[in-house]
Design a protein around this ligand. Structure first.
Ligand SMILES: Nc1ncnc2c1ncn2[C@@H]1O[C@H](COP(=O)(O)OP(=O)(O)OP(=O)(O)O)[C@@H](O)[C@H]1O
Ligand SMILES: Cc1ncc(CO)c(N)n1
Length: 270
């Protein structure tokens, strides 16, 4: 199940999630928190659902279908987060939280006053949190400029009740690599490094990554293997762009299947 916002341009949000699930042979269900009018140039408008209606969508699906794993994306408001938490609290599911805050063009997808509900109410239910660096800074309250800062921020986030945090390095200015660092609550950690692709077509990379991770854990992969395979899915999706749209175009969800998952990701254990 994906609980997220609709992206009318199809590259991020609910649409990216369902496309990713489909490519990975997972039957997807969707709970829409907000409609967005957006394209590859930016977000033109946001029309949120009521919190009650978000809850209704979750409950009606759970009442009928065997949900194995859930991911959350754009949640928009504290009220929506609270209803998502009320609904998921008693459910036996793996939960991937992608703490979507700001779209590539700068539009806010999470109200400032909703950050507290996210950290205090939703994070304790999360199996995995997948923040990019700016999101990790907001959640932890720590400015991340070094490896040491990254470690401190991860420790603070794990103390909020999350079992595992994947710090995505897409926003870091690294030479030649896109490196994500993974921290587990038991203290273990590893890095995943792939070749950084020079492209402006990165619309929905975060949604696609967390959707692939959800699809793999939902199919019974171990958390670590799912985290690594999802990185391959997004790497291949970025590597073979569709070259559509006038701004940050979407990634290519077909690529993983076409390449039969063959992709180089360097795992660095520490
Ligand atoms: N240019 C790139 N080349 C290779 N991998 C990339 C690149 N940009 C991002 N990634 C990878 O894509 C995944 C998503 O990371 P990113 O930091 O872009 O997420 P995000 O900022 O949450 O995305 P979104 O803009 O959709 O919210 C990570 O595994 C990251 O390493
Ligand atoms: C609906 C939606 N969710 C997430 C993102 C972030 O990529 C976006 N641009 N739009």
């Amino acid at each position: 199940m994906t609980i997220a916002g609709s992206d009318s341009s199809g590259g991020a949000g609910i649409q990216a999630d369902l496309k990713t699930f489909q490519e990975l042979s997972v039957f997807g269900t969707s709970v829409i928190t907000a409609l967005t009018a957006q394209n590859t140039l930016g977000v033109d408008g946001v029309f949120p659902s009521t919190a009650d209606f978000v809850k209704q969508q979750i409950e009606v699906v759970f009442h009928d279908l065997p949900v194995k794993a859930v991911k959350t994306g754009m949640l928009f408001s504290a009220q929506i987060i609270e209803e998502v938490v009320n609904s998921l609290r008693e459910k036996d599911v793996l939960l991937v939280v992608d703490p979507v805050m700001i779209a590539k063009g700068g539009a806010s997808l999470l109200q400032d006053k909703a950050v507290e509900a996210l950290t205090t109410k939703l994070l304790p239910l999360a199996t995995v949190l997948t923040p990019n660096i700016p999101e990790a800074e907001v959640i932890s309250g720590i400015k991340i400029k070094s490896e040491m800062d990254l470690q401190k921020a991860a420790e603070k986030i794990l103390a909020m009740g999350v079992k595992c945090v994947v710090m995505k390095g897409g926003h870091l200015d690294e030479q030649g690599t896109a490196t994500d660092t993974v921290f587990f609550a038991d203290g273990s950690t590893f890095k995943m490094a792939s070749a950084r692709i020079e492209t402006k077509h990165t619309h929905g990379t975060g949604c696609t990554y967390s959707a692939a991770l959800t699809a793999f854990v939902g199919q019974g992969w171990s958390l670590k293997e799912a985290i690594i395979e999802a990185k391959k899915f997004v790497q291949l999706a970025i590597e073979t762009p569709l070259n559509i749209g006038h701004g940050h175009g979407p990634t290519n969800h077909f690529a993983y299947k076409l390449a039969k998952g063959v992709c180089e990701v360097n795992i660095i254990e520490s």
